[in-house]
Design a protein around this ligand. Structure first.
Ligand code: COA
Length: 323
């Protein structure tokens, strides 16, 4: 049995923050941000949290798939910015949707979260544990960004993307190959400590964690690992790279995607980009981009798409799907 995506949806908060807006709070410029990253603006939430955005994206995906909340038997959310330590975002989304038959839980793989969730759902579907899954990537990074650190705060935005996937018997569609990896030795390259509360033994007060990053290390890792995992997925499936219509890549930096394209010898017109409007929305970038391609009518049955991402952990992964 193969897992096939039958609907997509996405949500971003209404409030847009431009590079010029950020230049008012940190020493930066539209020119620096655009040339180094490709980002022009991002959507920032002024209230609604991760679960709300995830549920809004999920509603649209369910509508596009033509399924009801009661049809869903699995909800996976790739996120690192859950609104609560517990319950999980997936359980909150389940409550908001009334998906009473589902089991829900979160997957923590930072910007690789959606890919990890998609691949996990495929494995669960193959095992027979579920038939209709809601797979979401959602993050509210604006809440954990240090807004005085210009080297990170200009990069990120908030948003959510979702797909509904169902098991199908046909070999003509669905997830064809996947892989994932992580290297915990590189954890400190990109991290955000949790909120830590001392206890009566340490007499420490609460401390809030913010994102810290060694940008060039992440850049080097991404341009090496992403092509590797894409080539592995192609080799495992026996597909030729020329057969891939679009490479739907994690939107972290335009230049990273350009480097990946160069290494794979693939022209940029097969690497759709929307980072200019959203920045890096972490777990949401890939499903938001997929939803845009779907809604713009750019996907037709039989198209082969390579989804691939990377993020803190460090983590990376790819999913090769036939639409
Ligand atoms: N505006 C203006 N100047 C800035 C700036 C900003 N927003 N951020 C950093 N700078 C400065 C630095 O302080 C540095 O100044 P210095 O030379 O006086 O020390 C200079 O710009 C160059 O910084 P550097 O870090 O070398 O720039 P870079 O070309 O590596 O670009 C990133 C920085 C973050 C854009 C780039 O490394 C990157 O995209 N890395 C990957 C990050 C990523 O994808 N993270 C998410 C992973 S999921």
């Amino acid at each position: 049995m193969r897992m096939r995506i039958i609907g997509t949806g996405s949500y971003v908060p209404g409030r847009t923050v431009t590079n010029d807006d950020l230049a008012k709070i940190v020493e930066t410029s539209d020119e620096w941000i655009r040339t180094r990253t490709g980002i022009g603006s991002r959507h920032i939430s002024d209230g609604p949290g991760t679960a709300f955005m995830a549920a809004e994206a999920a509603k649209k995906a369910m509508e596009s798939a033509g399924v009801e909340p009661e049809d869903i038997d699995l909800i996976l959310v790739g996120t690192t910015t859950a609104d609560h330590c517990f319950p999980s975002t997936a359980c909150e989304v389940q409550g908001m949707l009334g998906a009473v038959r589902a089991v829900g839980y979160d997957i923590s793989a930072a910007c690789s979260g959606f890919i990890f969730a998609l691949n996990t759902a495929d494995a669960l579907m193959k095992s027979g544990a579920c038939r209709t899954a809601l797979i979401i990537g959602a993050d509210n990074l604006s809440k954990i960004v240090d807004w005085t650190d210009r080297s990170t705060c200009v990069l990120f935005g908030d948003g959510a993307g979702a797909v509904v996937a169902q098991g199908c018997e046909s070999e003509e569609a669905g997830l064809m190959a996947m892989n994932m990896g992580s290297d915990g030795r590189k954890a400190s390259v990109l991290e955000c400590q949790s909120r830590t509360m001392g206890n009566f033994l340490t007499e420490k007060g609460p401390e809030l964690g913010y994102i810290t990053m060694e940008g060039q290390e992440v850049f080097k890792f991404a341009v090496k690992k992403v092509p590797e995992c894409i080539l592995k997925a192609l080799a495992d499936s026996g597909e030729d790279i020329e057969e891939i219509k679009y490479f739907v890549l994690h939107q972290a930096n335009y230049r990273i995607c350009e480097s990946i394209a160069k290494r794979l010898k693939v022209p940029m017109d097969r690497i759709p980009m929307n980072i200019e409007r959203y920045g890096n929305t972490s777990g949401a970038t890939i499903p938001v981009l997929l939803d845009e391609l779907n809604r713009e009518g750019k996907l037709t049955p039989g198209d082969k798409l390579m989804l691939a991402g990377f993020g803190a952990g460090l983590t990376w992964g790819a999913s090769l799907i036939r639409w």
